[in-house]
Design a protein around this ligand. Structure first.
Ligand code: GRF
Length: 211
């Protein structure tokens, strides 16, 4: 059984989708060990409590980034977390944090990266006039919205969309893309070559195991 650690700062709809899909077995072989927020008023923390999950608030205000990260990492390690899922966690991780979980931190971003990194990506895409928007689940590295891409989903922009209707359709895709990515990373054989994430074919897995 793999242990998931969720980090969030806000409403937590991606976390909720993950929790639902862990419970239904769509994300196989996993449990949510801990839900951590830097904000005590995060909706996701209330939801997690309601689901009977273990929660922890580690305020970030006034703390130096790495000092805060050390507290978060200590809590993740104490709960023997195998995979960290950022789900609307509004803090940039320090390089030190990233090093503690190599290729074991995922993030979801509401654009087709590398387009529109940073805040309000759906609004950025809408204002730019793109015809295809979407979302990306990627490994976290030292740069913002940057690591190897695990899953992407495209969302067509309709002529009658506004930034809210577009963001809503992107969010629906986020929920299922994140589940797919977590299940893949936990339960399939994969490799990262340069920036490219590959699921390995069965024959490659057999070869690697006999080496
Ligand atoms: C999502 O749009 C996600 O892609 C971005 O932050 C938002 C979090 O939403 N990283 P929620 O808290 O999961 O509802």
């Amino acid at each position: 059984m793999k242990q998931l650690g969720i980090l969030l700062s806000g409403r937590g709809s991606n976390f909720e989708a993950i929790a639902r899909n862990v419970a239904s077995g769509k994300i196989a072989n996993a449990r949510i060990a801990i839900v951590i927020s830097n904000r005590s008023d995060a909706g996701g923390i209330a939801t997690a409590k309601g689901l009977g999950l273990e929660t922890l608030v580690i305020p970030s205000k006034g703390k130096e980034r790495q000092a805060h990260d050390r507290e978060v990492v200590a809590a993740l390690q104490a709960h023997k977390v195998d995979l960290v899922c950022l789900a609307g966690y509004m803090r940039l991780l320090s390089p030190w944090f990233v090093k503690q979980f190599p290729q074991r931190i995922l993030n979801i971003h509401p654009s087709l990266l590398p387009a529109f990194p940073g805040l309000e990506a759906q609004q950025q895409a809408f204002a730019y006039g793109v015809k295809v928007a979407g979302c990306t689940v990627h490994f976290v590295d030292e740069e913002l919205d940057h690591g190897a891409i695990v899953v992407q989903r495209a969302v067509l922009v309709h002529d009658d969309d506004d930034e809210h209707t577009l963001a809503k359709r992107i969010l629906e895709q986020e929920h299922s893309a994140y589940t797919q990515a977590i299940d893949l990373v936990l339960n399939r054989e994969w490799t990262v070559a340069g920036r490219r994430f590959f699921q390995m074919q069965k024959s490659e897995v057999r070869m690697q195991k006999s080496e």
